[in-house]
Design a protein around this ligand. Structure first.
Ligand SMILES: Cc1cccc2c(=O)nc(N)[nH]c12
Length: 382
């Protein structure tokens, strides 16, 4: 967005400034040690220090401002100590902008085989070489410090859904104890920050207690965890309806692991500001294009001689240079360039969507934009 940047607020940690609001949707600025980013913002996932298949210059060219890394993957390879010796993630991956790192608990529960969870933390074996590892709120926070993460996530447990209220309650309460230990282990630095993660599944009373526990600890931002784990959009939105108002109005809200363009629109309209999801990049590697008219699978034979661009207003650097037919050929031939071009295209679409939504928040026309977007997404290919 070319909106004038409000002046940076001097602070001993990162700050978020709300610029304007339209309904429950907010437009603001995230000010960090590694630069300022307009919100709402979508964070491309750079799990092991790379947004798979494209250079960080390409990521920057899509308009992305902040990217995500993962404690779980980076601690296993190349290890946090080596990243630190290489000058931290920013220098190692040639990304001077802000980096948010997830804390590892979620990835252990979904990736690491043979894991054991205790009050102290999680013991697990590496999915790479079977070596044994232990993650605690303290060690996760220390790893993120070594990575030089701009935004550090508290170490939490994300329970699999469906789960009984008792299971959700015990898990949430443990995550809150871990949040306090994560905060104690965090090293405050000007322009850096740490986010707490609200848990509690789809139980309003648990979400309420979790949000209060995190506010009492005090963080620079608040993530909503425990969603995007198979509950479905309706239940995710209804959970957001009562959860976002529980969080401080003047601090950023990060909905973890979300989502499709329609998810993002709905979550922004419910007061969320930051998002991450593997969908656009993973889809790019599997021949699925995200466009204003919904998604399309470029392996489909109907594209074999379709000389049109992917979408008429594609503003990625490849805009108008590669036809659907060419992409169809690349994927059929299993050429590297296919996933590279389509990942770039999809991330550029997500960033364009963020800019469109932010502009509509600024001129209070978000309701109208939402109708247009949902209509066009339903059209399918033209
Ligand atoms: C990446 C992600 C997606 C979805 C949920 C979560 C969560 O609850 N906690 C963490 N740390 N990460 C998550």
């Amino acid at each position: 967005s070319d909106a004038p940047r409000p002046n940076l607020t001097p602070a001993d940690h990162m700050t978020w400034q709300k610029e304007t609001q339209s309904g429950k949707a907010r437009a603001g600025w995230l000010h960090t040690r590694h630069g300022s980013v307009p919100t709402p913002t979508f964070m491309p996932v750079g799990t092991v220090g790379t947004v798979k298949g494209i250079t960080m210059d390409s990521v920057r060219s899509t308009g992305a401002g902040i990217v995500l890394g993962n404690t779980y993957h980076l601690m296993l390879r190349p290890t946090a100590e080596r990243v630190q010796r290489l000058g931290g993630l920013h220098r190692m991956m040639d990304w001077p902008g802000p980096i948010l790192t997830d804390s590892g608990g979620f990835q252990v529960m979904s990736l690491g085989p043979l894991r054991k969870l205790t009050e102290d933390g999680v013991t697990f074996r590496s999915h790479i070489d079977g070596s044994k590892h232990h993650l605690t709120p303290e060690s996760s926070t220390d790893i993120q410090f070594k990575l030089d993460a701009t935004i550090t996530m508290a170490f939490d447990e994300c329970p699999a859904l469906p789960a009984t209220k008792e299971v959700l309650e015990a898990s949430m309460e443990r995550s809150m104890r871990w949040a306090a230990r994560s905060r104690d282990a965090f090293t405050a630095r000007p322009g850096y920050g740490q986010f707490g993660i609200v848990q509690g599944g789809t139980e309003q009373e648990l979400r309420e207690r979790s949000a209060k526990a995190l506010r009492d600890i005090g963080f620079e931002g608040y993530a909503i965890g425990g969603l995007a784990v198979g509950e479905g959009q309706e239940l995710m939105f209804s959970t957001l309806d009562y959860t976002t108002p529980m969080l401080p109005d003047d601090q950023p809200r990060y909905l973890m692991g979300v989502g499709t363009p329609d998810d993002l629109l709905g979550a922004i309209m419910r007061g969320c500001d930051m998002f991450d999801c593997v969908m656009p990049s993973r889809a790019g590697r599997t021949a699925r294009a995200y466009t204003e008219r919904g998604t399309m699978n470029l392996r489909n034979a109907r594209f074999a001689e379709d000389t049109r661009p992917l979408s008429p207003d594609d503003d990625s650097p490849m805009a108008g240079r590669y036809s659907r037919a060419y992409l169809h050929h690349l994927f059929r031939a299993n050429e590297m360039l296919g996933p590279m071009l389509l990942t770039l295209h999809n991330l550029a679409y997500y960033q364009r969507l963020m800019r469109q939504i932010r502009a509509a928040i600024m001129d209070d026309t978000l309701e109208e934009l939402a109708v247009t977007l949902r209509h066009n997404w339903s059209l399918g290919d033209w």
